[in-house]
Design a protein around this ligand. Structure first.
Ligand code: GDP
Length: 531
């Protein structure tokens, strides 16, 4: 199938797609940059739209608030806009660190990422985690060093921190002239031009551009700063690698831009880099073969499930990344895991911040499919071929609770509720020997959300008690005998996830180390793939 020539129109449309996410530690400026990208992309007219949502989201710690936000977050999960004849899909990653599992999955659906670094703080914890996830697929990363209008750290120091901590080579494309109150702009190394900084939140057309680093006009304008910049640039030309597209596309090198999101400065350069350098949809591993994005047959996978607004209907939206072909409303597709056909009607497509019904989408685009639990994270849909897209990870949870019922007669409902919420990815659920249900989460808020949803949607009043578990590891065995012996000896420490995979539930790091040492042939895995 991959050998047949691609339909030219489809190929053309696919080549114009750019699908990316912004990754950052909270407060580095992701929301601000999102908003400015939409502003420059013409998708919103006024600054403040995205931020208003975020302040509501931040005030959130109890479930009712989360609930209110759910409708909004469905619509803001994918923002599509046009820029210079390209169609850009910006996938939102939940900012709250409690929902970082969701973030990880979203990253499997993008072709590139923009990493925002707070220039005063440098590389932060969440950035490290997110970049590790990008690395699983060698996702190309564009770096935006933000907040140059503040007193921040030296640019050379920031670059070496990024290189050392994140293990990615930096290729500066723009270089700051001063910082804080003396921030004058950036020098664009590839264009040999200075872009002059002006502050203000209003959208402007291009900043003033002054060609040539040796232009005497620069000495007049920036007598205090220009010598430093010239010295820096000389040093960069000698010591720092030039930007190389292939290295960037392989995920080994990141072009670095300096700017100030809130002042709209540097935003256009990021958009330009996305268009000029970020890859269009790439071939994807679907198990038995690579799927080319411009193949005519439609295919893709579910990377995120979100409960819809009305809890009574248990209607969920499956976020689906199209990997090949073209979606059209009413088309019939094969649900590979379930082994049956289904009709895709009225899928949601996303235009900036509104939900609109559109009946077209190609590889790289995201559609939202209404369903009642038939679809799970990692599910593949095709036009008939048996494929299974790879690489959507589960991560070992970092917190555990044991679920107990106030009313023991409701154990069936509890089991059903947890199974469904587990499938949706709201929480990880493990069943231990004797039927004990164990919940695993990355953040505390996940427990609150699950407790409330069990009450509202399943009428189950459950108590979550602390559990003496430090971490979980998915197990693989070299042979049946080893598996049986292990099961016999470790029965008390074993559990099964919602898909029936066996996990080892370690009480401490030490306990895990001892067990791993004793069973060298057994594989203990901190992540596993869906499906
Ligand atoms: P997020 O948590 O990563 O989404 O960060 P936000 O976009 O909400 O930004 C966090 C804070 O940093 C907010 O108060 C922003 O106004 C501020 N901020 C964002 N970009 C800049 C910038 O370029 N300069 C300055 N001085 N502040 C910024």
């Amino acid at each position: 199938m991959a050998d047949t020539p691609f339909p030219p129109e489809l190929l053309r449309d696919v080549q114009k797609r750019r699908t990316f996410a912004i990754i950052s530690h909270p407060d580095a400026g992701k929301t601000t940059l999102t908003e400015k990208l939409l502003l420059f992309g013409g998708a919103i007219q006024l600054a403040g739209t995205v931020k208003a949502r975020k302040s509501a989201r931040h005030a959130t710690s109890d479930w009712m608030e989360v609930e209110k936000q759910r409708g909004i977050s469905v619509t803001s999960s994918v923002m599509q806009f046009e820029y210079q004849g390209n169609t850009i899909n910006l996938l939102d990653t939940p900012g709250h660190e409690d929902f970082s599992e969701d973030t990880y999955r979203v990253l499997t659906a993008v072709d590139a990422a923009v990493m925002v670094i707070d220039a005063a703080k440098g590389v932060e914890a969440q950035t490290i985690k997110l970049l590790d996830v990008c690395r699983l697929r060698n996702t190309p990363i564009i770096t935006f060093v933000n907040k140059m209008d503040r007193e921040v750290r030296e640019p050379f120091e920031l670059l070496s921190e990024i290189e050392e901590v994140l293990k990615i080579q930096c290729a500066p494309v723009s270089w700051p002239i001063g910082m804080g109150k003396a921030f004058r702009g950036v020098y664009h190394l590839l264009n040999d031009a200075v872009l002059r900084f002006t502050s203000g939140e209003e959208k402007r057309s291009d900043a003033e551009v002054i060609k040539d680093i040796n232009n005497p006009l620069l000495d007049e304008l920036f007598p205090m700063e220009i010598k430093q910049v010239r010295d820096d640039v000389e040093l960069l030309n000698d010591a720092s690698p030039p930007f190389e597209l292939d290295e960037f596309l392989a995920g080994r090198q990141s072009p670095v831009f300096f700017g100030s999101g809130i002042n709209n400065f540097g935003v256009q350069e990021i958009l330009q880099a996305l268009i000029d350098w970020a890859p269009p949809p790439q071939p994807r591993d679907a198990g038995k073969r690579l799927v080319e994005p411009a193949e005519a047959p439609f295919s893709g996978f579910v990377f995120k499930i979100q409960a819809n607004m009305d809890p009574k209907h248990r209607d969920r939206i499956a976020f689906f990344r199209i990997c090949s072909g073209r979606y059209s409303s009413g088309m019939k597709v094969k649900h590979v895991r379930a082994g049956r056909d289904m009709k895709l009607a009225n899928a949601l497509t996303f235009m900036a911040n509104e939900r609109v019904l559109k009946d077209d989408g190609v590889a790289g685009d995201i559609i939202g499919i209404h369903n009642h639990g038939q679809l799970q994270i990692g599910d593949t849909l095709t036009e008939g071929e048996i494929l299974g897209f790879k690489g959507i990870p589960y991560f070992s949870p970092e917190m555990f609770r044991a679920a107990r019922l106030r009313d023991p007669l409701k154990s069936k409902q509890l089991q059903k509720g947890l199974q469904e919420l587990g499938e949706e990815g709201a929480i990880q659920v493990f069943e231990q020997e004797g039927g004990q249900m164990l919940l695993g989460a990355v953040g505390q808020l996940q427990f609150e959300v699950v407790a409330q949803r069990l009450k509202d949607e399943y009428k189950v009043d459950a108590i979550f008690e602390s559990a003496d578990i430090h971490t979980a590891r998915w197990l693989t065995f070299p042979d049946d005998l080893t598996r049986r012996n292990f099961e016999y000896e470790q029965a008390l420490r074993l559990g099964k996830d919602v898909d029936g995979n066996m996990v080892y539930l370690a009480t401490s790091r030490y306990n895990l180390a001892v067990t791993m040492e004793k069973w060298p042939k057994v594989g203990f895995h901190a992540t596993r793939e869906h499906g």
